[in-house]
Design a protein around this ligand. Structure first.
Ligand SMILES: [Zn+2]
Length: 438
């Protein structure tokens, strides 16, 4: 019961200091909170919002929403919104208590106008069995079964736009519940190691990492989070520190990006990007050189090069990650190449496949003319996302694409923490609510 042995005043102090620390590194935390807690302590929440935290809706009360009907879920979310509005607590998204949701939850969110949800979990398997006793390992396995997370071996950890238009932002596991309650970790040093391992993995994969720390465990997690925030400042590539709302807004903005490609002369493609200024546009296997009237000149090595783009198309520090270079999205990119430097997809591929590539930032055209494209897919229905990305990236061909994140960021780091209870009274209240809603 130690976990909730706080007064709201004490927790406000801890959270306040935590927010101040994060703000020092320009990181704004996202706190999904149940509406009844807001109703109970509106002034505390208002003060924390004023201090810089972003609150979001974590249900009306802390219950398993899959046990409620669509109508009941709609009613709960509506009541939650009313409370947030009453106390002028801003919100844009939702995280389900216990990360338990069903199709009705998503429909009820849509009806109530939510922009995003973050209840779908993705497990990074960084926990090593040999570091733990059997009892802890079993508890960990049990938790994983309970969460039924997506597998990073086959899936990319990024947001997705769902059928109803809501942006689904994954929640990264292991979270603090697994680390503390299941694995029994109590040492800051070990938490530091775990978080750093997750962070490095998401950076390498260019993905989203949303650390989840309940407010009452902030002290245990502080050094681990501070280490990441400090270290990323000296990284080669930026890491975008974003709230869940920032991420949802970006994902909606990115969805509309397009590239218009025209063959202006034989084997010369002019590409115009229709995107926002903060978009990250990348190109690989395209060397810079000058176009002149006579044709194409290379970058000096051998006089000519097969894939040449005007150097003005590239930004000053053009080298980005791997073979990719940063492209200036405002000017026209002219590429000399015998094929279109994008991906062609046969209409016989599944819609899901097309959606996946586009959402990941690739520029695609649906076409039966395979020969015209640097990369071409035929007959793909079901697929393993990671395997597809490997296939694309291992090919040494000219390729132009949008990147997943803005401002040339390699990956995203988001700090979240569900506020389920502020005091021991809330904690017991939570049990009563859960009981009576069944
Ligand atoms: Zn919760």
């Amino acid at each position: 019961m130690n976990r909730f042995n706080f007064t709201p005043c004490k927790l406000e102090k801890i959270l306040g200091r935590y927010i101040d620390l994060l703000l020092k590194y320009n990181a704004i935390p996202t706190f999904p909170i149940t509406a009844n807690i807001v109703d109970r302590y509106p002034e505390t929440i208002q003060r924390l919002q004023k201090r810089g935290a972003v609150f979001e809706i974590h249900g009306y009360v802390h219950i398993d929403y899959t046990r409620l009907s669509l109508k009941q879920q709609e009613e709960h979310f509506r009541k939650a919104i009313e409370i947030f509005q009453k106390y002028k607590i801003t919100f844009s998204g939702f995280r389900a208590p216990y990360t338990r949701w069903n199709d009705d939850t998503m429909e009820a969110l849509k009806t109530n106008g939510f922009m995003w949800d973050s209840s779908y979990t993705m497990l990074l398997d960084i926990i090593d069995k040999k570091d733990f006793k059997k009892k802890q390992w079993d508890a960990y396995q049990k938790a994983v079964r309970l969460y039924t997370p997506g597998k990073v071996a086959k899936q990319v950890v990024t947001p997705r736009i769902m059928k109803n238009g809501i942006v689904e932002i994954p929640m990264t596991l292991p979270d603090d519940e697994i680390v503390v309650d299941r694995l029994g970790i109590r040492k800051q040093q070990i938490v530091k190691k775990i978080l750093w391992t997750i962070f490095k993995k998401t950076y390498e994969r260019g993905e989203f990492f949303g650390v989840q720390v309940h407010p009452e465990r902030v002290t245990l997690y502080r050094p681990a989070i501070e280490r990441i925030l400090k270290q990323v400042e000296v990284f080669n590539l930026p890491v975008w520190k974003a709230t869940l709302k920032d991420i949802a807004e970006w994902w909606i903005e990115k969805e509309k990006f397009e590239a218009v490609i025209k063959e202006t002369q034989t084997n010369v493609y002019a590409i115009n990007f229709k995107c926002s200024k903060r978009a990250t546009v990348l190109a690989k296997n395209i060397e810079t050189g000058h176009f002149d009237q006579a044709g194409i000149k290379g970058n000096g090595k051998n006089g000519t090069s097969r894939f040449v783009a005007d150097p003005s198309s590239f930004t000053e520090s053009a080298n980005w990650y791997g073979k990719y270079k940063l492209v200036n999205s405002i000017s026209e990119l002219k590429v000399h190449s015998d094929k279109k430097p994008i991906i062609g997809i046969n209409p016989n591929c599944s819609d899901r496949f097309v959606k996946f590539l586009k959402e990941d930032g690739y520029i695609v055209e649906i076409t039966k003319t395979a020969d015209n494209y640097s990369i071409y897919f035929n007959g793909i229905k079901e697929f393993d996302e990671i395997e597809i990305l490997k296939q694309i990236e291992k090919q040494d061909v000219p390729l132009v694409r949008f990147w997943r994140w803005p401002w040339a960021a390699r990956s995203v780091f988001s700090i979240t923490g569900d506020v389920d209870a502020l005091t021991i009274i809330d904690f017991w209240g939570r049990i009563v609510e859960t009981h009576f809603s069944n």
